[in-house]
Design a protein around this ligand. Structure first.
Ligand code: PMP
Length: 400
């Protein structure tokens, strides 16, 4: 028998793999690229864009890269925790100076917010408990696949009513009544993706009370700190809930607030019941990181560290972050002012809002108006600019 025949008969390792669907959001990039119309508006993928439609490297980031280029002397391994100084800086950014000294909270650097979510999920799985993950609907489409990939079960809670354009807080609290001690509640720290609709401080307080009463474990996805109302204001709710909880997880990302996207810059923080337990948690996280990516990529974290440890660069970064926020706020105000039915957009935070449009209207926006948004109605506010925001608002209003 020839080799070719034997190969044809023998089952191959990969023969049983099924074709996977393309990521719906990334598919929009292809549609936008294929559209030759010059006035097309791309509101699909969630990256910040400036008024000219570019996603530039921040000034402070460029300056830090120059410093690294000139002064970095080695690329030797750092260890599974990543850049320890970076982690300390992020602990302070996420939790504030006082909690940064709290030994019950341990952290390590991860490949972006995604790496932090994944590692957090693995930690929960490793406990061997029957914890369920309560997840708001709608949520970021990658949450369930990413956290679910380790085999954790989910329970939905209603978060936002697209038609009513509001958080369904009472229904959310009703659904969380079913959570038992040790169950995990996934929450967005700020700038909810995909809706832009955040909890009010009073609502965060109610969740903090519930978490503490019931012994629930908040898992806070904190991917947009600083892009809502500033670094401190955006952290208020998350800090309240972490304070109230005996045990908690926070997945933090700098990919948005430093514009580092592809550099994969994030960190995971976990609060244990006491400092001793926190040490055990840290040792587990280190082993889990070691057995998955071994060590996180360095460059993004090194940039963030250099920026924050260099006073002039830190000041410039704060100014740039404020500029991003101000641009998003001004676009939100213009959309809100264009039609009373869009007034809600002004009250929301971060890069995203969700339009109460039908699937047909979203397709029609693409084909007739060259306006591209996600099938859910989510649009990236920062994808608009002063010269096309009115055309966008008018096109949407016609289809509401
Ligand atoms: N959580 C949410 C809600 C996000 O929108 C994103 C990024 N789109 C992430 C986490 C992951 O961020 P990163 O790029 O840092 O992995």
């Amino acid at each position: 028998m020839t080799d070719a025949l034997v190969m044809g008969q023998r089952p191959g390792l990969f023969d049983r793999l099924a074709q996977q669907p393309a990521d719906a959001l990334l598919a929009i990039i292809g549609l936008v690229n294929a559209d030759p119309r010059e006035d097309k508006i791309d509101l699909g993928v969630g990256v910040y864009k400036d008024a000219a439609g570019n996603t530039p490297i921040l000034r402070a980031v460029k300056a830090a890269e120059k410093i690294l280029l000139d002064t970095q002397e080695t690329k030797t391994y750092l260890g599974s925790e990543g850049d320890v100084r970076f982690v300390a800086l992020m602990k302070e950014m996420a939790f504030g100076a006082a909690r940064a000294r709290d030994e019950r909270i341990v952290g390590l650097q991860t490949p972006g917010g995604c790496g932090a979510l994944r590692l957090g999920a693995e930690l929960i799985k490793a406990t061997g408990s029957d914890a369920r993950i309560f997840v708001g609907q709608p949520t970021w489409p990658n949450h369930v696949p990413l956290i679910g990939s380790v085999g954790l079960p989910f329970v939905d809670y209603p978060y936002y009513d697209k038609a009513a354009k509001a958080v369904t807080f009472d229904r959310m609290m009703d659904a969380l009544e079913d959570a038992k001690a040790g169950d995990v509640v996934l929450l967005h720290g700020c700038c909810h993706n995909p809706t832009g609709a955040d909890l009010s401080l009073d609502q965060w307080k109610a969740i903090a009370a519930l978490v503490s009463e019931r012994g629930l474990v908040p898992f806070i996805d904190f991917a947009y700190q600083g892009l809502g109302h500033g670094l401190e204001a955006d952290a208020e709710g998350a800090r309240l809930v972490v304070d109230a909880a005996e045990q908690a997880l926070v997945a933090h990302s700098n990919d948005k607030n430093f514009g580092l996207y592809r550099e994969r810059t994030g960190s995971l923080f976990v609060k244990g019941a006491d400092a001793e337990q926190a040490k055990v948690i840290a040792s587990n996280l280190t082993v889990m990181a070691r057995t998955s990516w071994s060590m996180p990529p360095d460059h993004g974290a090194a940039i963030v560290r250099v920026v924050l440890d260099t006073p002039e660069l830190a000041a410039d970064w704060h100014a740039e972050l404020k500029e991003m926020c101000a641009r998003i706020r001004s676009l939100r105000s213009r959309i809100a002012a264009s039609d009373p039915r869009l007034a809600y957009v002004e009250e929301q935070n971060g890069m995203f809002s969700m339009l109460p449009l039908s699937a047909e209207a979203i397709t029609d926006l693409r084909t007739t108006e060259s306006i591209y948004l996600a099938g859910s109605g989510r649009f990236n506010v920062a994808g608009l600019s002063d010269h096309n925001v009115d055309r966008f608002a008018a096109a949407v209003a016609k289809r509401l």
